[in-house]
Design a protein around this ligand. Structure first.
Ligand SMILES: [Zn+2]
Length: 272
């Protein structure tokens, strides 16, 4: 779409006007955009090297929004809430896409995790035999369900993830805009829309916007795996992407909210 509303200065912008803002101004405002018609969270994407013009988008617009047709973006086919999970009392196991040699990535919760919740891989031992009996879902599927159904995210379905048990969908997964101080001392699955991305000091930062305003850090150690797995050719591709990242959020000395992803298996992305 060619128009968006900025919540910071309460102005409507065309994509061309927005592109002409100074870099710091553009950087702040692109994290505070909404659709002028339906008010849903929107994003700005700079022109690409291969000639695509600057544009705005929203993923999704509200039902029936007239601006939706203007968004020439890939929209995932809508999949309904995962009733099979919501109604199931068995523990839902989150599957990681691990190789047999490295073993499954393992998370540490609470104080043992340290400030940045370093995850580790270990080879699964006892308990593997229960595998078939319980429902399993991958992170990419969970992100789709979280986006399509508020009931799914609000479910008290017990889950097990990376060796952490005794958590529920509702308390483990938290949308960027719903982050509260108590989330900053435990491992959570943070998800939401990315407004822009930038690289520096060995980390690529995926920045959300608005009230959540957390940045997801992808260290260079897993950077190549990340860009390959999610087909990122340019950092601008990540404007408007949905990301689900697992780790322990923390607040830097400058007051910036961050979550560093320690293992490629702890993140999934859905690009527009
Ligand atoms: Zn809209």
């Amino acid at each position: 779409m060619d128009l968006a509303h900025c919540l910071l200065d309460r102005r409507d912008y065309t994509a061309v006007q927005f592109q002409q803002l100074t870099l710091p101004d553009l950087g702040a405002k692109r994290r505070n955009l909404v659709c002028i018609t339906c008010g849903q969270e929107a994003f700005f994407r700079k022109p690409s090297a291969d000639g695509r013009a600057a544009c705005f988008g929203a993923r999704p617009h509200a039902a029936g929004c007239s601006m939706a047709a203007e968004d020439a973006l890939r929209v995932e086919s809508a999949i309904g809430p995962d009733e099979a999970i919501i109604r199931n009392t068995d523990v839902l196991v989150v599957d990681f896409n691990f190789g047999a040699v490295q073993g499954a990535p393992h998370l540490q919760d609470g104080d043992q995790a340290g400030a940045q919740g370093r995850g580790r891989r270990h080879v699964a031992g006892a308990g593997a035999g229960q595998r078939a009996a319980r429902p399993h879902r991958r992170l990419s599927t969970l992100l789709k369900h979280l986006r399509s159904s508020a009931a799914f995210g609000a479910s008290n379905q017990p889950i097990e993830i990376g060796g952490i048990a005794n958590r529920t969908l509702r308390d483990f997964f938290v949308e960027f805009s719903a982050l509260h101080p108590h989330h900053f001392s435990q491992v959570v699955g943070c998800w939401g829309m990315i407004a822009d991305a930038g690289a520096g000091n060995g980390i690529t930062w995926l920045n959300s916007g608005g009230r959540g305003d957390i940045s997801i850090g992808i260290p260079d150690a897993i950077g190549a795996a990340f860009t390959q797995r999610f087909r990122v050719t340019d950092l601008e591709d990540l404007a408007g992407a949905y990301v689900l990242a697992i780790g322990t959020p923390w607040i830097s000395q400058q007051g910036k909210k961050c979550l560093i992803v320690d293992d490629i298996e702890f993140v999934t992305a859905s690009l527009a």
